[in-house]
Design a protein around this ligand. Structure first.
Ligand code: TGC
Ligand code: FAD
Length: 387
């Protein structure tokens, strides 16, 4: 496995163990039929509780039966999951960073006791509703409204492009006060079996096919006061969750690129043309040299990001730089890997083209590449380009 600078020699025992067990799990339980799921547009749902048993959902959180692993161990886990498929990493990212994290960080003790154990074990599935049909890159302009009602709230609005909404038991929904749109955004835990909730599936995606995506319709949905996340007000709430998920993506993208590289390396040493393996041609070796360099740079960025996060020095802008760079890198390098596989590379028998198609989504969600460019631009110049 590519680790050109031997970074993994410095992993702790726990980090190594998590990496190895995730790799084994993926090789035995997911890799054999992930291509088929991708073609069919299905997620292997039977894996959801198994992934819980393996401790794949937010194992970096403290308490509530969580193993509280290091940030690097969490990153390595995301890397191994995405080395299989971005849809698999999405499952863990949403459940852990976008649903368990806000409950852990902003929830009441009752909400934590009720939801964290069952989300952690995969007995319940969560989703995160921020994006709306008319507000993607600019969620601050959201139209979903919460109106005071008898000891609770009435929610109205719609969210779209929501990973796992059609199979979710609970949605973290972000909304503004109906009567005063200047009031801060609040987060609500909405059980999907409440009257007025609909979760239609989005079909015919050409990317992230082994992941279920849908909408959330909220039509006069009543939620009691105790479903409000009490610990946060304003856009810092949802954006704080995105920082956690983007951190996992910065690591995951390295996995998708590494898997594409390893598949191409194996193929190029096996495949013979003009009387020998295609790996002997300088044109192919140039591609391997460049791929390995780009993957190594992204891997070093991810490891450094983990160190910053572990010691509390990581800023959201650090995460933007790593998400932006590493996903672009993986998107470009998976394409080069596909090229090395010739005609066979366009089939589902090999992973690079599946990664390449998935990475179109990863490049777009959790803040598009352009949005992360603007976040960095603002940080570096002090001038915001999106106001
Ligand atoms: P701005 O005025 O800059 O900030 C508002 C408040 O939020 C704080 N903040 C953050 N906090 C934590 N982490 C971050 N990344 C933060 N960014 C900002 C900020 O300090 C401020 O706090 P306060 O206390 O001063 O009020 O916010 P803005 O509204 O101008 O934001 C601009 C912008 C464009 C950066 C933001 O809207 C953005 O990031 N847009 C991209 C939208 C996005 O990423 N959507 C993702 C949806 S979820 C998803 O895609 C899941 S995919 C799941 C999967 O399958 O893996
Ligand atoms: P838009 O915001 O309309 O952007 C369109 C284009 O314009 C992009 O290229 C963008 O970079 C560019 N652009 C926008 N603003 C600017 C600007 N100021 N300057 C320069 N260029 C700009 N969301 C959730 O809330 N929860 C989920 O679980 C979730 N899962 C998803 C799963 C999938 C498969 C997909 C595809 C998306 C998911 N999303 C989710 C939504 C995702 O976060 C949004 O698609 C993303 O934030 C971009 O929003 P948009 O698609 O509306 O594009």
């Amino acid at each position: 496995m590519l680790d050109y600078y031997g970074v993994e020699a410095d992993l702790s025992e726990e980090e190594r163990m998590i990496q190895e067990s995730a790799r084994e799990f993926v090789d035995e339980k997911v890799r054999p039929d992930i291509g088929e799921h991708w073609i069919e547009g299905t997620f292997p749902k039977k894996l959801i509780p198994k992934m819980g048993e393996m401790g794949f959902y937010a194992p970096n959180l403290e308490g509530y039966d969580s193993p509280n692993v290091s940030e690097k161990a969490y990153g390595l886990l995301m890397q191994e999951l995405e080395a299989c498929d971005s849809g698999l990493r999405s499952m863990a990212s949403v459940q852990g960073a976008l649903v368990m994290y806000p409950i852990h960080a902003y929830g009441s003790e009752e909400q934590k006791d009720h939801w964290l154990p069952k989300l952690g074990s995969g007995d319940a599935v969560g989703c995160f509703g921020l994006t709306e049909p008319e507000h993607g890159s600019n969620p601050t302009a959201m139209e979903t409204r919460a109106e005071d009602a008898d000891e609770g709230y009435i929610l109205n609005g719609s969210k779209t492009w929501i990973t796992n909404s059609p199979i979710a038991d609970v949605a973290v929904v972000w909304a503004r006060d109906k009567t005063d749109p200047d009031t801060p955004v609040r987060g609500f835990l909405v059980e999907t079996d409440r009257d007025g909730v609909s979760t239609n599936k989005i079909d015919e995606k050409l990317s992230l096919r082994a992941s279920i995506t849908g909408q959330i319709g909220l039509n006069d949905v009543y939620v009691p006061e105790e479903n409000l996340l009490p610990g946060v007000e304003g856009m810092g709430g949802p954006l704080g969750c995105l920082t956690q998920a983007r951190y996992g993506i910065a690591w995951g993208a390295v996995g998708a690129a590494r898997d594409s590289f390893e598949t191409a390396r194996q193929y190029a040493t096996d495949r013979e043309q003009f009387g020998g393996p295609i790996a002997r041609f300088q044109l192919q070796q140039d591609k391997f040299a460049e791929m390995a360099t780009q993957i190594t740079l992204a891997q070093l960025l991810a490891h450094r990001l983990a160190d910053l996060k572990e010691r509390g020095d990581m800023r959201p802008q650090h995460v933007s730089m790593a998400k932006r760079n590493n996903v672009r890198m993986a998107r470009n390098q998976s394409r080069i890997a596909r090229e090395i596989l010739g005609g066979n590379g366009i089939t589902a028998d090999y992973s690079p083209m599946r990664h390449m198609a998935n990475l179109e989504t990863v490049y777009t969600y959790e803040g598009t590449h352009d949005i992360h460019t603007l976040i960095l631009g603002e940080d570096l110049t002090g001038i915001s380009a999106y106001e």
